[in-house]
Design a protein around this ligand. Structure first.
Ligand code: GLU
Length: 445
């Protein structure tokens, strides 16, 4: 890393102790930015990096609620409003027991660059709670969401901060959150949340967008080598919204998707995953992958273990941060991997990224490859602002154009900075330059 940037990075790490994932995300971005600062010393002069690493506002709050047995439960809520140079803070809410400030800040930091790459007018933010929705009744989830919003409502708004979903937050949770926001403010403010239901202001394609977008971005990478998804053997990690839609899209492009996982294990289905059955098990029944294996002949279910033990030519990590390490990367490369598209945020460790890049594997980092979700959230905001709703075909067409545009921006930035094919560099510099220009123009704020 460039020595000037390393000094700034070390200060950021020392000022934010114990936030390992935030440190990792900052380090990864700083490693790309040396060449920009050689060309634009005015950015160092204006302390753009120090400002970028300090969120504009961080909110931490108590979330009290009662469970079905009448016991009082206390969780911690977060919203980190990281950067509003390009638009209102925008980013999801994650409900998962692992959530703490370091996770929210890594996600919020990534979101700044991701959102900039989409070309849409959205700043970066993220939030969530250490609440675990697993095993909770609908009534418990509703009471939790209502309590969460009872604090959050005063900090958000269509022109201020627009939350959406992430792990553990889907259309059910967005519904409860929206209902409580409306009740407290007495405003039907559609643009305050995205990922809404289709009958009350949501956008078609938003549920599919992150998974579809990841596959579209990966397809664009494959095209640069004269290849495509057709005939690829694909392994996907996760089996949530992003994973399921990535599987569906890869299949429509002619790939054979043979494995996916949940937190208990993974399935191998050599005949190709049956997306309808997977949706039934995971989305309708909120069940486990084990149930998929029981119902479909010829499927093996492996408890524990790593889905990355399954050979693939294309890997789509769509579960969570740091799920794919250097050893798994090396094994995949030995067994014929040609491309990786990150559907999750920071799923590959820094070691894994080095292995992929050193071995010439096409590697699409999450902040570029999974930007289709938040981009379609911005399309939802557009529809809300004009009180309109677009067709599936039109919205999907817009998503495709945006993903092709992000790929182009990353690839051409990597070319411009003398490292063709380095999508990490292209995404980090491409996103950074856009935000830095806007910050400079807006003065010292
Ligand atoms: N949580 C998603 C992400 O990681 C989507 C955020 C949004 O739609 O605002 O980008």
């Amino acid at each position: 890393m460039d020595a000037r940037l390393e000094a700034i990075r070390n200060t950021v790490l020392a000022r934010n102790p114990g936030e390992a994932e935030f440190h990792q995300a900052v380090t990864e971005v700083f490693e790309s930015l040396g060449p920009v600062h050689d060309r634009h010393p005015e950015l160092l002069e204006a302390a753009i990096l120090e400002r970028l690493c300090e969120p504009e506002r961080q909110i931490i709050f108590r979330v009290p609620w009662t469970d079905d047995s009448g016991r009082v439960q206390i969780n911690r809520g977060f919203r980190v409003e990281f950067n509003s140079a390009l638009g209102p803070y925008k980013g999801g809410l994650r409900f998962h027991p692992s959530v703490y400030l370091g996770i929210v800040k890594f996600l919020g930091f990534e979101q700044i660059f991701k959102n900039a790459l989409t070309g849409m007018p959205i700043g970066g933010g993220k939030g969530g709670s250490d609440f675990d929705p697993r095993g909770r009744s609908d009534a418990e989830v509703m009471r939790f969401c209502q309590s969460f919003m009872t604090e959050l409502y005063r900090h958000i708004g269509e022109y201020t901060d627009v939350p959406a979903g992430d792990i553990g937050v889907g259309s059910r949770e967005i519904g409860y959150l929206f209902g409580q926001y409306k009740r407290i403010t007495n405003r039907y403010e559609s643009g305050v949340l995205t990922g809404k239901g289709m009958s009350w202001g949501g956008s078609l394609v938003r549920p599919e967008a992150t998974g579809y977008g990841t596959v579209i971005f990966t397809q664009e990478m494959l095209k640069t080598r004269g290849s495509s998804f057709d005939g690829q053997r694909v392994v996907v990690s996760g089996s949530g919204n992003v994973a399921i839609n990535a599987i569906a899209k890869a299949q429509t492009l002619g790939a054979s998707v043979v494995a996916c996982s949940d937190s208990s294990g993974y399935i191998v289905d050599e005949a190709g995953i049956d997306v309808a059955l997977l949706r039934e098990v995971k989305e309708v029944e909120r069940g486990r992958l084990k149930d998929y294996a029981v119902r479909r002949p010829g499927v093996s279910y492996v408890e524990a273990g790593s889905v990355w033990d399954v050979d693939a030519t294309v890997a789509l990590p769509c579960a969570t941060q740091n799920e794919l390490d250097g050893d798994a990367a090396a094994r995949l490369v030995r067994n014929g991997l040609v491309a990786v598209g990150e559907g999750a945020n920071m799923p590959s460790t820094r070691d894994a990224v080095s292995v992929f890049q050193d071995s010439g594997v096409l590697f699409g980092p999450g902040k570029a490859a999974n930007a289709g979700g938040v981009a379609t959230s911005a399309l939802e905001m557009q529809q809300n602002a004009s009180r309109d709703s677009w067709s599936f075909e039109h919205t999907e067409q817009r998503l495709t154009e945006i993903m092709v545009g992000i790929h182009h921006r990353c690839a051409s930035t990597a070319d411009e900075y003398g490292d063709p094919g380095n999508y990490v560099l292209g995404a980090n510099i491409g996103g950074f330059v856009k935000v830095a220009d806007a910050m400079l123009a807006q003065g010292l704020i």
